[in-house]
Design a protein around this ligand. Structure first.
Ligand code: FDA
Length: 303
């Protein structure tokens, strides 16, 4: 994909007007291939089916860049409901949250209050909460909030984006924290992030290997078979227990590979996005992979 096409879809993902309008229509343009549903009840059977196949899940109630307190409070209530349901229905599932959905761009203390209430409920049930990493402008604040939460709660972690030059610097401080390693999904300035796939991939491998040798649990979140194969080999050579890490992929991606990894005895977790706020998430998936754009074209012209 050219960087122009990528920038175009990333630009659409940031559009407040389009994100708001899309909410009214339910998933469209082939988005249902990547978004499991618009309401929580509809995705419970999806999670159960995956759990039956030894796949654990992480649920993301979609939403980001919220600028309205009532909307952030609504998101908090939805996520808390999700936690009660995961516990009651005994699902093998944790939750992924975004700080901008919970008010980070409104007021930091308001966001911390919301997140802390979520983490407190999760902690009571022993459910892990992953704080997804968003744009670089939120990076330092996200780490600071995580550190604050970790003083009281252990079931909370975050994401390292390997397109950022300096993330390795933070790894030591995050040594005890459960982390997800990803390449990074947003458009960042070259002052802070690598632009070439080669550099991003090399950083991914460097960071993932360092984590695999460490003591905390690591989620290797990629659809890239080259990276997966190299890390499997590395873990094998270093006698790293398969219990100390997992592979993660997004819902709707590379199902055959998921099955193969489970067959080989690896832990696997699927990221399940759902909700009405699907537009930004879907646009980022289109930005990542030209083949995904075919789904959009088919849906617009053939339905
Ligand atoms: P990439 O897209 O570079 O693909 C590499 C190669 O893999 C391709 O060239 C192709 O050969 C192969 N490939 C990829 N997809 C394929 C497919 N569907 N079928 C066949 N071949 C395929 N980002 C972020 O900034 N913050 C976050 O919190 C998260 N969270 C997150 C959770 C999970 C579970 C995942 C999987 C990803 C994220 N991401 C994320 C997104 C991440 O940063 C990244 O944008 C996407 O995963 C795409 O990058 P890949 O690592 O999959 O490889």
């Amino acid at each position: 994909m050219t960087s122009l096409t990528r920038d175009f879809f990333i630009g659409l993902s940031n559009s407040t007007i389009l994100n708001k309008s899309a909410k009214k229509f339910g998933t469209r343009f082939g988005a249902d291939r990547f978004v499991a549903g618009t309401d929580f009840d509809a995705i419970i059977p999806v999670v159960r089916e995956l759990n039956e196949k030894q796949i654990s899940c992480t649920m993301d109630h979609l939403g980001e860049f919220v600028m309205d307190r009532a909307e952030a409070a609504y998101a908090k209530a939805k996520i808390t409901h999700m936690l009660h349901q995961i516990h009651e229905q005994q699902l093998d599932c944790h939750v992924s949250i975004k700080l901008t959905q919970l008010g980070l761009d409104i007021e930091e203390s308001f966001c911390i209050q919301n997140v802390e209430q979520i983490v407190e409920v999760a902690d009571k049930y022993g459910i892990f909460v992953n704080i997804d990493m968003e744009k670089y402008m939120h990076y330092e604040k996200t780490l600071a909030i995580l550190k604050q939460l970790r003083k009281k709660y252990s079931h909370v972690g975050t994401v390292i984006q390997t397109y950022l030059y300096d993330v390795e610097r933070d790894l030591d401080e995050l040594e005890d924290v459960r982390l997800r390693i990803v390449k990074g999904a947003y458009k960042e300035d070259q002052a802070v992030a690598y632009a070439s796939k080669k550099d991003i991939d090399e950083n991914f491998l460097r960071i993932a290997k360092k984590r695999l040798l460490g003591k905390a649990f690591t989620s290797i979140a990629t659809h890239d078979h080259h990276i997966i194969e190299e890390l499997k080999k590395f873990a094998d050579e270093h006698h790293i227990s398969k219990e100390t890490f997992e592979f993660q992929m997004l819902f709707g991606f590379r199902v055959d590979m998921q099955r193969q990894l489970i067959k080989e005895g690896y832990r696997f977790c699927t990221y399940i996005p759902f909700g009405e706020d699907w537009f930004g998430y879907f646009m980022r998936r289109l930005a990542e992979r030209p083949q995904n754009i075919n789904l959009l074209v088919k849906d617009v012209f053939y339905t």
